[in-house]
Write a protein that binds this ligand. Structure first.
Ligand SMILES: [Zn+2]
Length: 248
């Protein structure tokens, strides 16, 4: 079984569609290619049409809210009418320091409309959140969203981990695990193997980042969890398939 990168921004990595991927990508079986702005949506769909191991996600990120958002949301919904198997993401709340209440409200409004679309089309979502985990989960629950998804870039406490897990989400374990001092290194071995997946967040997080970084993350995870790397790959890939309702 091959690795599954559950969070990669392919549209930021390649200016145009590549003929093929670099040879060292051969350890990667699937990529969930997420977007954060409408100008990348068409390109992302083209990626998925060309490479059948790429799963496209469309989203408007809370830090990239364009002017005329209602028109963008209409367009957004029309993509799901045309391609009902799209994934929703990345979407979320980013309450970085000193964010004005009016900006928070804008993020809430945008997120709730995107969650409603996910609910209507029964799609899983990719959630980005900073300093807003409880607000995200409360909003999801108040809308009655029940299709699960990915808590992207997880770096929280054990208690926070279980808030997502109990709600049917898996945790996206990424480059934070490469940091020797990260709290995630203590938490990961205490999580059920069914509850997390691997993600690169490429091209962000690291210099020259690419999907193959998840091989390194998988190795560290294997050491921390005292498991064979093949078990880590098997579990994390299966978890991604389960959330995305893909058969393997
Ligand atoms: Zn991202």
């Amino acid at each position: 079984m091959l690795l599954f990168d559950t969070h990669c921004h392919l549209t930021d990595m390649f200016d145009s569609l590549p003929e093929s991927f670099p040879a060292d990508y051969s350890c990667i079986g699937n990529i969930l290619s997420v977007t954060y702005r409408y100008s990348d949506w068409d390109k992302n769909i083209l990626f998925a049409k060309k490479f059948n191991n790429i799963i496209p996600a469309l989203g408007i990120h809370p830090l990239f809210i364009p002017n005329g958002i209602q028109n963008h949301l209409k367009l957004y919904e029309s993509y799901f009418d045309t391609f009902p198997k799209l994934i929703v993401g990345e979407i979320g709340l980013d309450f970085y320091n000193n964010l004005a209440q009016s900006e928070k409200q804008k993020q809430y409004d945008l997120l709730s409309q995107q969650i409603n679309i996910a609910k209507r089309f029964q799609r899983p979502i990719v959630i980005h959140q900073r300093k807003a985990q409880q607000q995200c989960i409360s909003l999801l629950k108040s809308i009655g969203f029940n299709n699960g998804g990915f808590a992207h870039g997880f770096s929280g406490s054990l208690e926070q981990a279980y808030k997502w897990i109990d709600y049917g989400f898996v945790l996206g374990i990424g480059c934070v695990l490469l940091n020797n001092n990260s709290r995630l290194r203590n938490i990961l071995p205490r999580l059920p193997s069914s509850s997390w997946v691997l993600e690169s967040d490429a091209p962000f997080m690291q210099k020259n980042n690419s999907p193959i970084i998840i091989q390194k993350i998988a190795k560290i995870a294997a050491q921390l969890c005292n498991k064979n790397i093949d078990d880590i790959i098997y579990n994390t890939t299966n978890n991604a398939y389960r959330i995305l309702n893909l058969s393997n």
